[in-house]
Design a protein around this ligand. Structure first.
Ligand SMILES: NC(=O)c1ccc[n+]([C@@H]2O[C@H](COP(=O)([O-])OP(=O)(O)OC[C@H]3O[C@@H](n4cnc5c(N)ncnc54)[C@H](OP(=O)(O)O)[C@@H]3O)[C@@H](O)[C@H]2O)c1
Length: 212
């Protein structure tokens, strides 16, 4: 299996890269700063930004599946997903790669809170989605819209708040909304779930919520 990874140097991306290598997959990673990437000797490195179409194309070319754990490094409006995801989709279409599994965020969709008690729903929408996470939420909505219109075999994994804790190997999965009171999940469990999607067509062409 040949895997192209965007965001490999991030907190979730590094876990994903380790899992791909452990599975024996050949990994190509697009990296802005390869010198700082601990697995640089074990992957094929494309040096560049996800905002550069040529670098993006070199990354996806020949892949069987594309994984993305891309995201802005801050809560400000950096427009990373807004700009990078269309470039990835275009590069995949041009090179005939059809499968993509991305790390998204629950705030991509307003209905993500539908299973929460009304006061919690109101609080999270006002304080997080429309407040602190205004720009990350806008980025995730853009990612959702781009993938929805892509015609690719896409899956957007949509967790709530991510932690650096260990995998619990027991996650709740829901195609419609975040599980009730499911407000956290570890990056380790998210990475495991994304890896499972490589061999599965259960959530192709849609988003899926996961939480502890
Ligand atoms: N934090 C949460 O609680 C939470 C909750 C739900 C969803 N999410 C989503 O999960 C995603 C990943 O989160 P994370 O905490 O694992 O990520 P992270 O540690 O912030 O890593 C972000 C990754 O994106 C890369 N990146 C950013 N801009 C880039 C560019 N222009 N070109 C190439 N690479 C670029 C970074 O590369 P560099 O190393 O070069 O900077 C890094 O590898 C984000 O999209 C976030 O919105 C987060």
């Amino acid at each position: 299996m040949k895997v192209a990874i965007f965001g490999a140097s991030g907190a979730t991306g590094l876990l994903l890269t380790h899992r791909c290598l452990d599975a024996g997959y050949a990994v190509t990673a697009l990296l802005r700063s390869p010198d700082r990437f601990p697995l640089r000797d074990r992957v094929r490195v494309v040096v560049g930004s996800a905002l550069e179409s040529m670098a993006v194309r070199q990354t996806v070319e020949g892949a069987d599946v594309v994984l993305s754990a891309l995201g802005a490094r801050s809560w400000h409006n950096e427009y990373v997903l807004e700009q990078a995801v269309p470039l990835i989709v275009t590069a995949m279409r041009q090179t005939g790669v059809s499968r993509i599994i991305v790390l998204g965020g629950a705030s991509a969709r307003a209905e993500s809170l539908d299973r929460q008690p009304a006061p919690v729903r109101w609080l999270l929408r006002r304080v997080l989605y429309e407040g602190m996470l205004k720009w990350p939420s806008a980025a995730q909505r853009a990612q959702w819209l781009t993938l929805s219109a892509s015609g690719l075999d896409w899956t957007m994994v949509m967790p709530p708040m991510l932690t650096n804790g260990r995998a619990r190997h027991r996650v709740r999965v829901d195609g419609e909304a975040l599980p009730r009171r499911g407000m956290r999940i570890s990056r380790a469990d998210v990475a495991d779930f994304m890896m499972q999607q490589i061999g599965s067509d259960r959530w192709v062409g849609t988003g899926v919520y996961i939480a502890w």
